[in-house]
Structure formats: C-alpha cells, structure tokens
Ligand binder design. Structure first.
Ligand code: PRP
Ligand code: HPA
Ligand code: MG
Length: 181
C-alpha cells in the first residue's frame, strides 16, 4: 500500500496532535451536555475512535452509513442512506464526526435529516476540510486540517474501498488510477 502513495500530506504525528487539540476543545464545549456523537460510516471510523478517546465527558455514540462516491473519486451527486442511527435524536445535542467534507453534499443531507427529526442542536467535526471542493454551502464547526483540491486517501478515507487503514493521509500515484502496475 505504501508504495502506491505519491506524497504524504499529513503524518501519523500531525493527526495525533490534531485529535488531541480537537478532542479537548470539543469536550470543553460539551461538558455537562451529554452529546450524541454520530460517526458517519465508513470514512469516519478511524478518526472517531481516536477523537473520542481525547474527550473526557459523558456521551452516547451511534453510527450512520451514507455513501455517494461508490468507491471512485467523484461524487455521484446522490447521497444514499445505507444504515440509519438507532437513537431517537429529539431534543439531543448531536455532534457528527466526518473524515472529510468535500462537495458538502453528505453533510447537507445529514443536517437536514436530523433537523427534521427534532434534534436540539447539530454540530459537525471533520478531520479534513477541502474548501475548494465545495458545491453546496455548508461548514463544519470543528475542522482539523485543510487539504488541497486533490483526492486524498488514508486514515479512514478510501479509493475503491482500499487504503482506509493507512495511518496517514496522502495522495495516490497516477498509475493507481490507470490500473497499471
Ligand atoms: O462532501 P462530500 O462530497 O459529500 O464528501 C464527503 C463524504 O464522502 C465520503 O464518503 P463516501 O460516500 O465515499 O462513503 P465512505 O465514507 O463509506 O467512503 C466521506 O467519508 C464523506 O462522508
Ligand atoms: O478526497 C477524498 N478522498 C476520499 N474520499 C472522499 N470523499 C470525498 N472526498 C474524498
Ligand atoms: Mg468513500
């Protein structure tokens, strides 16, 4: 896998520091509020497990699975709900955990969904933000690191379902996309 990477954008150490900083900041703001922390599958799994271990507060966790990239590098434009949460969100303070916000379509869909179900507040924490990719107007409340307008993989993020287990975030070599080895 390492051999498929052209450049590393953020190292394991960069990400570790970011998780500590974000976790402590969020914990301060949610102290006493017992948030419902919702991980957006599959990309957010790695980040969420590191982030919540840096938050010394009571919380509930749940997961929602949505998909719009179908494994490729372009958003289909259609956000598909694959698995819903099990928790009733009425009156809850919800914090979504995302790996990346790119076009913003996924986040817009998720915010609308829970607003309609009567959540008290909805905030979003993303490890990566790609502002130049934005096609709909949404912002995260907590942003870890910015990425340029390139397709990135690792630390939860995939290309064709692979590379999620890389401990850093990077860009793939062009030959990976052309399937040449
Ligand atoms: O801002 P957007 O353009 O909507 O892109 C961001 C979303 O796309 C990716 O999910 P994907 O649909 O690839 O599913 P996955 O997490 O299972 O890989 C990523 O994990 C975010 O949830
Ligand atoms: O740059 C990206 N990489 C992986 N998954 C993604 N989903 C949206 N943007 C990206
Ligand atoms: Mg994906």
């Amino acid at each position: 896998m390492n051999n498929d990477i052209e450049k590393v954008l953020y190292s394991k150490e960069d990400i570790k520091k970011t998780c500590q900083k974000l976790g402590q900041k969020i914990a301060k703001q949610y102290a006493g509020k017992k948030p419902l922390v919702i991980g957006v599958l599959k990309g957010a799994i790695v980040f969420m497990t590191d982030l919540i271990r840096n938050m010394d507060i009571y919380m509930d966790i749940d997961f929602i699975d949505v998909s719009s990239y179908g494994g490729g590098t372009k958003s289909s434009g259609n956000v598909k709900l694959v698995k819903d949460i099990d928790t009733d969100v009425k009156g809850r303070n919800v914090l979504f955990i995302e790996d990346i916000i790119d076009t913003g379509r996924t986040l817009k869909y998720l915010k609308n969904l829970l607003m309609d179900r009567g959540a008290n507040s909805i905030h979003v924490c993303t490890l990566m933000d790609k502002p130049e990719g934005r096609l709909v107007d949404v912002k995260a409340d907590y942003v870890g690191l910015k990425v340029p307008n390139e397709f990135v993989v690792g630390y939860g993020m995939d290309y064709k379902e692979e590379y999620r287990n890389l401990p850093y975030v990077g860009v793939l070599k062009p030959r990976v996309y052309s399937n040449l080895n």
